[in-house]
Design a protein around this ligand. Structure first.
Ligand code: SD4
Length: 291
């Protein structure tokens, strides 16, 4: 069995590409990296890679991660800049013995030294939106939370190996150096080949309070289906956060298990893309679950 699932409609072309590779017995790691690379390179997605919206200083800072579900090896970057494919840098870091999670200038330096494609990630379109927002902000208070989405994906190869990865430019108008859940193990992503994998999107500051992706994989490991694990992880956590913290923002998750079954849960309207050996690639909409 092979399969892949990824957050948001923007992942669909990447899901198609990954599906082709997985059908031909491609590896889970190559498939998930190529899926995310497609999204990173597309200039009109405002929240990932090239064309991603900048922080409040006008700099595009990206977070990304890669995890190999066989070895549990992980690599991640936080606040990296001027790099076309942050997830590929994260994957390269996953092969290192030490220094697997690098941030800011250190992450960018690693990418430069290791021959990754460097480019100014701020497109004219993204710059114009930033300038417009700066003008609006001189009259009103800053809400950095409009305009953010992460591409997060899980892949299952015919060999039974699994991988997970994420990439995002984070919150529009975030503070310089702010890092969200996407590169943080167990929060934005997690995968364990004999069990399954999960990825999250939404407000990182909230997702990190619950290590939501790890929790989904843990629940699948107790025998829950991906759907039951997603429901329990998201809705129990959402209720807890409301009780204990007073409010909760966007949280959406996707998961796939080692059998290619999948699940999603969300507290906002949420699109995702999925394909498996038995289901043609499609974009679906998930609606908020129990309050
Ligand atoms: C972050 N989780 O940086 C990311 C952004 C996101 O839907 O996924 N928004 O907090």
């Amino acid at each position: 069995m092979w399969g892949t699932i990824a957050t948001w409609r923007m992942a669909h072309d990447g899901v198609l590409k990954a599906s082709e590779a997985l059908q031909k017995n491609g590896t889970a790691g190559d498939a998930v990296e190529s899926l995310i690379n497609v999204v990173e390179a597309y200039p009109y997605y405002k929240s990932v890679g090239y064309g991603g919206l900048p922080n409040e200083e006008g700099v595009v800072e990206m977070d990304a991660a890669f995890m190999d579900g066989d070895t549990l090896a992980q690599g991640a970057v936080g606040g990296i800049h001027n790099v076309m494919h942050a997830v590929s840098v994260a994957r390269a870091l996953s092969h290192e013995t030490y220094n697997n999670f690098r941030v800011g200038d250190g992450a960018t330096k690693y990418a430069t030294l290791n021959g990754f494609e460097m480019t100014n990630m701020l497109t004219d379109r993204a710059k114009a939106r930033w300038q417009k927002r700066l003008k609006e902000l001189s009259n009103q208070s800053l809400n950095p939370y409009d305009g953010h989405d992460t591409v997060g994906a899980v892949t299952l190869a015919t060999s039974g190996s699994m991988a997970a990865a994420t990439s995002t430019s984070g919150l529009f108008m975030k503070k310089a150096g702010r890092v969200g859940d996407s590169p943080v193990s167990g929060s934005g992503f997690y995968v364990d080949s004999p069990i399954g994998g999960a990825a999250a999107t939404g407000l990182g500051e909230d997702i990190m309070k619950g290590c939501v992706s790890y929790e989904i994989v843990r629940l699948m490991g107790t025998g829950l289906s991906p759907q039951a694990a997603c429901d329990q992880a998201v809705y129990d956590f959402e209720a807890k956060l409301k009780r204990r913290y007073g409010r909760v923002r966007e949280i959406s998750v996707v998961a796939m298990n080692a059998q290619g079954q999948w699940g999603v849960a969300t507290n906002v309207e949420f699109t995702f893309s999925v394909a498996t050996e038995t289901e043609a690639a499609k974009i679906l909409i998930a609606h908020p679950g129990p309050d």
